[in-house]
Design a protein around this ligand. Structure first.
Ligand SMILES: [Zn+2]
Length: 69
């Protein structure tokens, strides 16, 4: 599964890897979020170029604010 953070309510939820690169509605607020490609982290030759992925990574490794568990 892939964990993504909702752009609207900032809650973290899981989506199927099949949804990678697509869009899914947030189960909490219904806002549609883009899902980062699942294999992106394995393609080390490609520099991160997605603003969404960069923002997601910053949030993941920044102040801990996961509250859905
Ligand atoms: Zn949401």
């Amino acid at each position: 599964m892939i964990e993504i953070e909702c752009d609207n309510c900032e809650r973290v939820f899981e989506v199927s890897p099949k949804q990678a690169g697509g869009k899914v509605p947030c189960p909490h607020c219904g806002d549609v979020n883009r899902v980062p490609p699942a294999e992106a982290s394995q393609q080390k030759e490609l520099p991160p170029r997605s603003r969404t992925s960069a923002s997601f990574a910053r949030r993941c490794f920044g102040p801990i604010r996961f509250d859905t568990s």
